[in-house]
Design a protein around this ligand. Sequence first.
Ligand SMILES: Cc1ncc(CO)c(N)n1
Ligand SMILES: Cc1ncsc1CCO
Length: 235
Amino acid sequence: MESIQTERFTDRLYRNVEPIWSKNFHHSFVQGIGRGTLERELFSYYLKQDYVYLIEYSKLFAIGAQKATSIEVMKQFSVLLHETLHFEMDVHRSYAKSFGISEEELEQSEPTPINLAYTNYMLNVAHNGTLAELVSCLLPCAWDYWEIGKKLYSNYHNELETNPYKNWIKAYSSDEFGALAKWLIQLMDELTFEKPERELTILENHFQTTSRFEFLFWEMLLNQEEWPLQVQNMV
Ligand SMILES: Cc1ncc(CO)c(N)n1
Ligand SMILES: Cc1ncsc1CCO
């Protein structure tokens, strides 16, 4: 009897990285956001690093629009680009403002080695790989943050009103953010439909690598892992 393939490719991706995502959710930085106990200093460090991360990350959506083969997909990538630059980065800008950090300071943050390695990895694949490869790189960012947002919301919603990070939690657990993540999941399944195992393995590796970078990013933030030698620009 022939077996019927019922599992979606994204189910396989999810199963594959579940232990990594579980570590991400339980990371003390993430739990500190959930409980509202994370030091302000660390959160403002996060805002600066994540802001320059998002500038690079959003370019993946622009490259996605360029690589798309239908108007529908182009439209959706342009929505993702718009939503990241406006909705998502607005959350960062408004937190920064309340912390006394200017927009200029946010933009001019120097990415740490991990931050740079993460965005460079994705941008390299985006420029040189297929659309499916690009999506497999950007999906963990969207999907794992949505998972984190939803879980923090359900674990800590009773204390949310007094949590200084409630707007962050609300944004990443929102239906709006979730709908965009779901669209990316669906696109991943469409792009991989009936594709050979040799191609799927490559995507699984990108998905795993960027999921591991998500963990390294939290670690980097917690330990403020900067460049070893500080240099000044000559002006
Ligand atoms: C590092 C990182 N990963 C994912 C997201 C979600 O967009 C984010 N803001 N930052
Ligand atoms: C708005 C946005 N920013 C990063 S991913 C994403 C949409 C998918 O959740």
